[in-house]
Structures are given as structure tokens and as C-alpha cells.
Design a protein around this ligand. Structure first.
Ligand SMILES: Nc1nc2c(c(=O)[nH]1)N[C@H]1C(S)=C(S)[C@@H](COP(=O)(O)O)O[C@H]1N2
Ligand SMILES: [Mo]
Length: 192
């Protein structure tokens, strides 16, 4: 019964546990060519960069095992990811003092998601390129996605192509569609 107790404590309110890994996005699964892949990091930063996949993987690597929580009420425990810590990205591009928000732009055209810089500036936030010891598959947002474990999973951008630092907030696809802009699973911030 110990295990059931632990599981209950790890599940945010209104969530249930799944062992599958559902695939969710606004439209179809996108295929991004790994050889032509570029990640641009720009906006209110002193050192904007555009990185190939190899250049991204040459940055500091962090491995982590985290629980993910989808707003549609499934949670999955102990998902294993590897990627570049967002703090490392910040050290590289040097956000200016007026940068307050981060906008993630994705290859499924028109999709963005947004977070305050302080939510991204956290030890568990990754620009991820591996899931469960393998390159991230197309269906889960490969080659590169963000991972923001403390927010509902729609804040974790699949097929990431651009990270933009801004002064103002720009609500993204699900956020404009009625989902919560804060998206904290522990406060059950599902809808606005
Ligand atoms: N580019 C992009 N990223 C996205 C989405 C999307 O539509 N496009 N949907 C979000 C939603 S609603 C969820 S629940 C997760 C699902 O990720 P998964 O398919 O790996 O489970 O991706 C998020 N990131
Ligand atoms: Mo979602």
C-alpha cells in the first residue's frame, strides 16, 4: 500500500496515472529533417545564436527523470529525458534585463507557447533531444522539444525551432484557445 500512497501524493489534483505515452498536438505529427535542423535563439538577448543539432548537443548535457502532467488529465511518472539545461541556453545568449518572457516557436506552423522567464529559468527545464535513451521521435516532438515539468505539458513545445526572449507576453496556441496561461498542475490551472 506504500506504493499507492506515494502515487497519490505524486498525482496533482484531478489527474490519473497512465503508463502509455499519448501523442497530442494541434494538427498532424511533423517531420523535421535532422540534417537541416536549426534552432534560433534571439529577441532581447546580447548574443543571438542559430545552432545545428550537433552544436546543440555539444552544449552541457543534463539527464533527468520527471513526472509529466497533461491538462486532459493524464499523468505519466518517471519519464527520462536528456538535453541542454535552459539555464545553459541563458548563459549562452545573455538575456537583457528587459527580457521577461520566453516564446517557443515550433515547426507545426503557427504553434507557439509562452512562459515567464522565471518559469523557464529553473533547474529542471530542458531543451531536450533524447527520450528514454533514444533521439526523440517525430511523434513526441523530435529532434528538439522543450520540457517544463512544473507546468501542464502543453507548455512543453514539440518541434522547437526558435526561442524568442521578449518584454511582453504573447499567449500561444492553447493559451489563446482558452487554456490557462499559468498552467500549474498543482493549482489545477487548466482554463482561463
Ligand atoms: N509544437 C507543438 N508542441 C506541442 C503541442 C502542439 O500542438 N504543437 N501540443 C502540446 C500538448 S497539448 C501536449 S499535451 C504535449 C504532448 O506531447 P506528446 O505528444 O509528446 O505527449 O505537447 C505540447 N506541445
Ligand atoms: Mo495537452
Amino acid at each position: 500500500m506504500r506504493r499507492q500512497q506515494d502515487e497519490r501524493e505524486r498525482l496533482p489534483p484531478g489527474q490519473h496515472l497512465t503508463s502509455r505515452f499519448p501523442v497530442l498536438q494541434k494538427g498532424w505529427v511533423v517531420h523535421v529533417d535532422r540534417k537541416k535542423y536549426r534552432l534560433t535563439i534571439d529577441g532581447l538577448v546580447d548574443n543571438p545564436v542559430t545552432l545545428t543539432l550537433d552544436e546543440l548537443k555539444a552544449l552541457n548535457r543534463q539527464d533527468e527523470t520527471v513526472d509529466i502532467h497533461c491538462v486532459t488529465t493524464w499523468s505519466k511518472f518517471d519519464t527520462k529525458w536528456a538535453g541542454v539545461p535552459f539555464k545553459e541556453i541563458m548563459a549562452l545568449v545573455q538575456p537583457r534585463p528587459e527580457a521577461n518572457f520566453v516564446i517557443m516557436h515550433c515547426a507545426d506552423s503557427g504553434f507557439t507557447t509562452n512562459l515567464p522567464l522565471e518559469a523557464m529559468d529553473d533547474d529542471d527545464v530542458l531543451v531536450a533531444y533524447e527520450y528514454d535513451g533514444e533521439p526523440i521521435e517525430d511523434s513526441h516532438g523530435g529532434p528538439v522539444r522543450t520540457l517544463v515539468p512544473k507546468r501542464y505539458f502543453y507548455k512543453s513545445a514539440k518541434w522547437l525551432v526558435r526561442i524568442e526572449f521578449t518584454a511582453e507576453d504573447h499567449p500561444g496556441y492553447w493559451e489563446r484557445g482558452g487554456y490557462s496561461n499559468t498552467a500549474d498542475p498543482w493549482k489545477e490551472d487548466r482554463y482561463d
